[in-house]
Ligand binder design. Structure first.
Ligand SMILES: [Zn+2]
Length: 317
């Protein structure tokens, strides 16, 4: 690890340490807002150059998320340091990639997992239009990652819960769902009761406090979440487009897991995969209310009351 990386990692950890102390008198929403704005400004900084898989900046992010999981008191999952590392060999090169995975063990049903996930990698400089301009990937997917990390703190403060929760910060999504596929090949899919993947939650394209669930008719997860909409402050609108196969829920869905993606915007968002996908376009108060609302929507999954039907992989063709 380079000295500069060490410095920034320490700065992040320092920030994360002082927030909870100050937070004891704060309402939940203000702590969630602080978490989200802290992670968003870190993840979208030009210094991290879009967190491209295989870069030193991507490696720094894995270390920062792992340090945060440790700080929250979460448990590593099938590793001793929260990292699930694997190697890829495109064009005869070697890319070292790590997912960052943490577990909050359940009380009564510890072998039943609810998977909460988001990818934190984005695409490299000039990937789409060859301009030398950084793709910060604020909406895609610093936003989903920040909501995931804010949820990790909230759920570790309110837990433990009946079922175990796996917090999965996936890598190499942009290269073709590589990190989530690797993870799905190393876990018994039968143990995953449901998967909620978080994507593009920073730009409220469908209106304030409004999200959609991809593949809404492929399982009954949609109706289970919808049942908890009153009181959550958020609205789940009808799915637009067909994005079910396009994100990290899909490797799990192929194995029968009712795994879907929650999104507040889609690939018709004007700055999708463009250099203009930047922090200044993100709506942090809306991300805060979405985080609080999602926690309410998934409560039945966490406390064991809700069990969605398995996906029949024949239906995915
Ligand atoms: Zn994405």
């Amino acid at each position: 690890m380079e000295l500069t990386n060490k410095f920034f990692l320490l700065a992040v950890i320092f920030f994360l340490l002082i927030v909870p102390l100050a937070a004891q008198q704060k309402k939940d929403s203000s702590l969630v807002f602080d978490d989200i704005s802290g992670w968003m400004s870190y993840l979208t900084s030009d210094r991290l150059k879009g967190r491209v898989e295989g870069s030193v900046e991507n490696r720094e992010v894995t270390d920062s998320i792992a340090a945060y999981f440790k700080l929250l008191g979460l448990k590593p999952f099938k590793s001793d340091n929260f990292l699930q590392t694997f190697y890829r060999h495109p064009d005869d090169s070697t890319i070292t990639t790590s997912n960052v995975i943490a577990c909050l063990p359940g009380t009564e049903k510890p072998d039943e997992y609810i998977l909460l996930s988001a990818h934190f990698d984005h695409v490299q400089i000039g990937y789409y239009n060859k301009k030398d301009k950084i793709y910060n990937g604020a909406n895609d997917n610093a936003s989903g990652t920040s909501v995931l990390l804010a949820l990790a703190r909230q759920l570790s403060m309110t837990g433990p819960h009946t079922r175990s929760i796996l917090f999965c910060a996936f890598n190499a999504e942009e290269a073709g769902l590589i990190g989530s596929t690797h993870f799905s090949e190393n876990i018994n899919a039968r143990q995953i009761v449901a998967g909620i993947n978080l994507e593009m939650l920073g730009y409220p394209q469908f209106g304030k406090n409004t999200i959609m669930l991809t593949g809404m008719l492929k399982s009954d997860l949609y109706s289970l979440l919808k049942k908890r909409m009153p009181g959550s402050g958020i609205r789940i609108r009808r799915e637009r487009g067909d994005l079910f196969q396009r994100s990290d829920n899909y490797p799990f869905a192929k194995n029968g897991v009712p795994a879907h993606t929650l999104m507040a915007s889609d690939d018709r968002e004007p700055c999708y995969h463009s250099p203009c996908d930047e922090l200044k376009r993100m709506n942090l108060p809306n991300m805060t209310s979405l985080t609080i609302g999602i926690q309410i929507l998934i409560d039945g999954l966490l406390n064991g009351a809700d069990t969605p039907k398995r996906i029949d992989s024949a239906d995915l063709q």
